[in-house]
Design a protein around this ligand. Structure first.
Ligand code: HXC
Ligand code: NAP
Length: 282
């Protein structure tokens, strides 16, 4: 039987303390890898490492800061001997009417998603090239990278940038045996995403009913795809952006529906309530 085997691999997962990053870390460890997870909240990443067992190692890191990323990845190499793959999963997002976005709000998301992905990819790529090692960068994007998406402008712009980075590096670094791919998840209910992106139970019901499969993705389904991509089963797979969304993207960009089901004042009030509810949660 063909099995995904990651034995002996060292895999870095940014934002691995929660949600989909945690699910991927769990799958990678179950497939035999050593996994280094990072995040800004030390207590969260340590609790996750504790829960997932001795193959998962927690490191504090803020991907927005180059010095923090360099220190993190150097520590991983020192502690675990090498890095075989990095998964750029850390992200920030929220619902907002674009005309109300402050410059700091725009930067808050773009700095995590796009700048953070650049920092980790830049460090890892130079490390693999210098040490003549093969490597793999796996970026977690969204299904709205080609279409844009209403009410999540900073995320849509940043994730489109990450998709461009994926395709650019896949070609440029192919001669160094560095693969670069992206996964575009559809809706996977996580605390981090749902608390910021689902205005209330009514909207959630509406959203779910519109899905062609009438169900959300399960974290372990994403974990399985990521493990396959990072494994030795996929050496020719590079420069790909793979949706895992139950065909959700074919109905149109994820949050455009909001413009059809409520007037702007109702939406703005719902967005303000979400902002208030998630204030200080990081
Ligand atoms: C409008 C907001 C806002 C909101 C923050 N800001 N939240 N503006 N609506 N809901 C503004 C603030 O007012 C401030 O601007 C600026 O952003 C920075 O705010 P901070 O709270 O200081 O930001 P920071 O601590 O850096 O936190 C970043 C964050 C936060 C993105 C705002 O939500 C975060 O840390 N998120 C990480 C987890 C996360 O978002 N997970 C979801 C990923 S889901 P001013 O000008 O007032 O100072 C995802 C899935 C997409 O990406 C696909 C759909 C399912
Ligand atoms: P999540 O649980 O909120 O995950 C985001 C993670 O990123 C958190 O662990 C957070 O930890 C970390 N993070 C944020 N800023 C950081 C920074 N500056 N440095 C280091 N880590 C940082 O949300 P999720 O739903 O699992 O999302 C995971 C990925 O899937 C994201 O890329 C998201 O865009 C993508 N995605 C999710 C969905 C979905 O439906 N859930 C759909 C499409 C795409 P700290 O706050 O402790 O730093």
């Amino acid at each position: 039987m063909l099995q995904v085997d990651l034995t002996g691999k060292v895999i870095v997962v940014t934002g691995g303390g929660t949600g989909l990053g945690k699910a991927m870390a769990k799958t990678f460890a179950a497939c035999g890898a050593q996994v280094a997870i990072c995040g800004r909240r030390q207590a969260i990443i340590e609790a996750t490492a504790q829960e997932l067992g001795p193959a998962v190692h927690a490191y504090p890191c803020d991907v927005r800061e180059w010095e923090s990323v360099s220190a993190f990845l150097e520590r991983v190499v020192n502690d675990l001997g090498k890095i075989d793959a990095v998964v750029n999963n850390a992200a920030g997002n929220f619902l907002a009417a674009s005309e109300t976005l402050s410059p700091r709000a725009f930067r808050a998301v773009v700095d995590i998603v796009l700048t953070g992905t650049f920092h980790v990819s830049r460090w890892a790529g130079a490390y693999w090239i210098e040490h003549r090692r093969p490597g793999h960068i796996l970026n977690i994007v969204t299904t709205y990278t080609d279409t844009g998406c209403a009410f999540v402008l900073p995320s849509a712009a940043a994730k489109a940038g990450v998709q461009a980075l994926t395709l650019s590096l896949a070609y440029e670094w192919a001669p160094y045996h560095i693969r670069v791919n992206a996964i575009a998840p559809g809706p996977f209910p996580t605390e981090g995403a749902w608390s910021r992106l689902m205005p209330n139970a009514n909207f959630e019901e509406m959203y779910k009913n519109r899905l062609p499969t009438k169900r959300y993705g399960r974290p372990e389904e994403l974990g399985a795809l990521a493990a396959f991509l990072l494994s030795d089963l996929a050496p020719y797979l590079t420069g790909a952006v793979i949706p895992i969304d139950g065909a959700e993207r074919l109905q149109g960009a994820m949050f455009n529906y909001l413009a059809q089901v409520a007037d702007r004042e109702t939406l703005k009030a719902a967005f303000a309530a979400l902002k208030e509810a998630t204030r200080g949660s990081t």
